[in-house]
Design a protein around this ligand. Structure first.
Ligand code: 3HC
Length: 315
C-alpha cells in the first residue's frame, strides 16, 4: 500500500505503472474510470438482448448451444466489470440506477435490431471483432482491476468473434437466399460497428471528448481513429475471404499510408442514436428495467442470506 498522495500517482503514471484500488488517485481519474467501466459493463448486459432474441430460433442445437454460451459470457463480462467499478468506491446498484435513468450510456451498437439469423453472425464477426480491437489495449490500462478483468474478457471475445465468422462463412457457402441474408446483415452492421470506437479524434464531432486526458492517464492506449483504422485493416481481408462486399465504395488499399482508406462516417446518426433516437433504445431500456424489477427478489434473498451468515459468524 503506497502512503504517499498526489506525487506518487503522477510518478506511477509517468513510469507506466499500475494504479491499484487503495492508491491515492485524483478524483477525476477515479470518476473517468467509474464512467468508462460502468458504461462498458452496461454495454455487456444490454448487449445480451440483440442476440438473446435469437436463442429460441437458432437454426440448430449446436448454434443454440453456442449462442447461449456467448450470451452467458456477456452477462459474466458485465458482472466482472461492475466488480471492477466497485473497487473505485461505488455500488453497482447506483450504477444500474444511472443506466436506467439515462444518466449513463451503453454502446450505441446495441440500439440496432437483429432482423435475421445472419445478424448473429455479423454481431460476432463485426461487433465482437471491434470489441476485441478496443479491449486488447485495455489489458494494459493503468488501473489494475480494469486491466486484469480485460485479460479474461478478451479470451472469451475471441471465441465470440470466431463463431460469428463461422456463421457467415456457412451462410456464404449456402443457398442464394442465405448469401443474400449474410450480405444484408454485413450491410446493416458495418457502419455502426465503426462507430463503436467513438467519435473522431478531430473536427466538430470530437468536441468534449475524453481521449487526450484518458491517454495521458494511460487508460486509453490508442486514439479512437487509430483503433478504428486497425479494425478496418483487419476486417477487409476477412470480408474478402467470406465473399462479403463491405458497404463502402471508398474502401481502398492506400499503399502510401499502409492502410485502407474508407468513406465518411455519418456522425449525425451516431449522436442521434446516443440521444436516444435509435431503432431500439426504448425497447432496450424497458427490457433492462423489467429484468431488474423481476430480479428484485433474488437480490433481497441474497442480502437476507448474507445478513444471516454475518450474524452467525458473530455468534
Ligand atoms: N456508444 C455510446 N457512447 C459512446 C460511444 C459508443 N459507441 N463511443 C463514445 N461514446 C460516448 C462516450 O461515452 C462519451 O460520452 P460520456 O462522456 O457521456 O461517457 C462521448 O461519447 C465521447 O466519446 P469519447 O471517445 O471521448 O469517450 P471515451 O474516452 O470514454 O471513449 C470508448 C469511448 C472508446 C467507448 C471508451 O469508453 C472505451 O474504450 N470503453 C470501453 C469499451 C466499451 O465500452 N466497449 C463497448 C462495447 S462492449 C461490447 O461490445 C461487448 C461485446 O462483448 C459485445
Amino acid at each position: 500500500h503506497r502512503e504517499h498522495v498526489g506525487g506518487d500517482f503522477d510518478a506511477l503514471i509517468a513510469a507506466d505503472q499500475r494504479i491499484e484500488p487503495r492508491d491515492a488517485m485524483p478524483d477525476d481519474y477515479r470518476q473517468t474510470l467509474i464512467r468508462q467501466i460502468a458504461q462498458h459493463a452496461h454495454s455487456e448486459i444490454i448487449g445480451m438482448q440483440p442476440e438473446g432474441n435469437w436463442i429460441t430460433r437458432a437454426p440448430s442445437l449446436r448454434r443454440k448451444a453456442i449462442l447461449i454460451a456467448k450470451v452467458q459470457d456477456e452477462a459474466g463480462h458485465g458482472l466482472y466489470l461492475y466488480s471492477a467499478a466497485e473497487t473505485l468506491g461505488i455500488d453497482r446498484a447506483e450504477l444500474l440506477d444511472r443506466l436506467h435513468d439515462g444518466k449513463q450510456k451503453y454502446s450505441s451498437i446495441f440500439n440496432y435490431p437483429t432482423l435475421t439469423w445472419a445478424d448473429c453472425g455479423a454481431i460476432g464477426w463485426l461487433v465482437d471483432g471491434a470489441a476485441i480491437m478496443n479491449q486488447v489495449p485495455l489489458c494494459r490500462c493503468s488501473y489494475g482491476p480494469y486491466a486484469r478483468a480485460m485479460i479474461r474478457v478478451c479470451k472469451e471475445e475471441s471465441f465470440h468473434q470466431r463463431q460469428g465468422f463461422e456463421i457467415l462463412w456457412n451462410l456464404m457457402r449456402g443457398t442464394e437466399a442465405q448469401q443474400a441474408m449474410a450480405q444484408d446483415a454485413a450491410d446493416r452492421w458495418w457502419w455502426p460497428a465503426l462507430m463503436m470506437f467513438g467519435p473522431p479524434d478531430t473536427g466538430e464531432a470530437a468536441k468534449g471528448g475524453h481521449t487526450a486526458q484518458s491517454m495521458a492517464w494511460g487508460i486509453k492506449r490508442f486514439s479512437n481513429d487509430d483503433l478504428r483504422q486497425k479494425f478496418v485493416d483487419m476486417m477487409v481481408p476477412q470480408a474478402e475471404k467470406l465473399g462479403i462486399v463491405l458497404p463502402d465504395p471508398d474502401l481502398k488499399w492506400n499503399e502510401e499510408r499502409g492502410h485502407y482508406d474508407f468513406g465518411p462516417i455519418d456522425w449525425d446518426e451516431f449522436w442521434r442514436v446516443l440521444r436516444g433516437d435509435g431503432a431500439c433504445n426504448a425497447e432496450r431500456i424497458a427490457h433492462r428495467r423489467r429484468a431488474h424489477e423481476d430480479g428484485a427478489w433474488v437480490r433481497e434473498a441474497a442480502n437476507a442470506y448474507a445478513t444471516k451468515q454475518a450474524a452467525k459468524q458473530k455468534e
